[in-house]
Design a protein around this ligand. Structure first.
Ligand code: NAD
Length: 260
């Protein structure tokens, strides 16, 4: 039962994270939002969630590349709501460049935000989930947790890491009523995808249309983008009691990409 539980979704001011947060709120979960957004905008988003779904919503501006801020966010959410029952590790960034030109600071940022943040957040929620004998950890990985693409070394490494982290945590908490799973979406039309188009145009010497058709949608046999609502619906199912038997799974939602 999701109603009355508390869900914390990292990077939930935009794209997939926002859709997951809204879908969990629609099921009656109180929600903790996080992301990098100007304070006024964040407050407006928080109020809208409370008004639209009649749940409690809090906003935490924690920087997901900071272990300290992540630990503080989880502690404050637990203090305010009494528990964090559903943790969705979603915050993520991307950078596209050939390995020899890949800026070292971009590598460090992507590993911190896309991989290490999930470790820090899981580490902080685990004691509470174990003691209550109920918890759901949902990591938003990627098709790039299973296969690679050129020019995305940091992202592919981080997402493969998320898959391994998901499996290890699932095994550790298998008998504690806590599940840990990853959703591995293919291309979902969000600001993250839109922002990587210029870099891909440069790296592959292509036009914007060529990148969309010949790089992005080419990977997906359906030739369609996955939608944020589809990802959110799977997250809601994984958070439900019916999904108790699913743990340690990397669930593809990629229009057939990794079946090839
Ligand atoms: P997005 O850019 O729309 O959203 C990213 C979110 O992360 C935003 O809320 C942003 O504020 C937050 N964020 C980024 N850096 C942060 C930081 N340092 N601290 C706190 N918050 C931070 O992107 P999206 O496409 O919705 O991506 C969400 C997740 O889904 C990412 O992990 C991404 O890798 C994954 N994913 C996306 C796609 C896709 O095609 N869009 C495919 C597979 C996986």
């Amino acid at each position: 039962m999701i109603r009355g539980k508390t869900a914390l979704v990292t990077g939930s001011t935009s794209g997939i994270g926002l859709a997951v947060l809204q879908a969990l709120a629609a099921q009656g979960a109180n929600v903790a939002m996080n992301g990098s957004r100007p304070a006024e905008e964040a407050e407006e988003a928080r109020r809208r969630i409370e008004a639209d779904y009649s749940v409690e919503a809090l906003y935490f501006p924690a920087d997901m590349s900071s272990p300290l801020e992540i630990a503080q966010m989880i502690a404050r959410a637990e203090q305010a709501f009494g528990s964090v029952d559903i943790l969705v590790n979603n915050a993520g960034v991307q950078f596209v460049a050939p390995i020899e030109d890949f800026p070292v600071e971009k590598w460090d940022q992507i590993i911190a935000v896309n991989l290490s943040s999930a470790f820090h957040a899981i580490r902080a929620v685990a004691p509470g989930m174990k003691s209550r004998k109920w918890g759901r950890i949902i990591n938003i990985a990627s098709a790039h947790a299973l296969v690679a693409s050129p020019f995305k070394s940091a992202y592919v490494a981080a997402k493969h890491g998320v898959a391994g982290l998901t499996k290890a945590v699932a095994l550790e908490m298998a008998q504690d009523g806590v599940t840990a799973n990853a959703i591995a979406p293919g291309y979902v039309w969000t600001p993250l995808v839109e922002r990587q188009i210029p870099g891909t145009m440069r790296a592959r010497d292509m036009t914007r249309e060529q990148v969309i058709e010949e790089v992005l949608l080419k990977a997906q046999p359906t030739r369609e983008f996955v939608t944020v609502e589809q990802v959110a619906a799977l997250a809601v199912f994984l958070a439900s009691d019916d999904a108790r038997g699913i743990t340690g799974a990397i669930l593809s939602m990629d229009g057939g990409w990794t079946a090839q």
